[in-house]
Design a protein around this ligand. Sequence first.
Ligand code: FES
Length: 148
Amino acid sequence: MERPAPTETPDDRPDDTASAGPRDAAPAVTLFVCQTCRTPGTPPEDAPQGARLAEAVRAAAHDPDVEVKPVRCLSNCKRGLSAAMVRAGGWSYVFGDLTPASAPDLLAGATLFAGSTDGLMPWRGRPDCLKRGMIARVPPLFFTEEPR
Ligand code: FES
């Protein structure tokens, strides 16, 4: 039996990535940076280092697929500076033991996560601080896994 000819090839599809107008879809990944975190041992009169990290991330952000939002406390206060990444339909991640210098790594990880095809942040290519500092990952809302 003969198979029907395909009606559309990849080269025939409209280029939906070419848009000069304003973004009309939500960013793939939201990066929440805790702005109230303090490195252990910081005097209480000093400004929280989390605010420096949040500002550094905001200033360096340039990927339209990554939205940066400051947040007050991710309940990870004892693990240094903290951030979380959330992706609709994907896994969510909480990271700790960050420093104000972690901004480029957070943004690189968010871009890596935004480009993943399975909703997971790839391990390969992930910055080291997002490997060592991973506190938790949370499955997507409708995720189910067979019991073992
Ligand atoms: S103050 Fe940053 S996690 Fe609590």
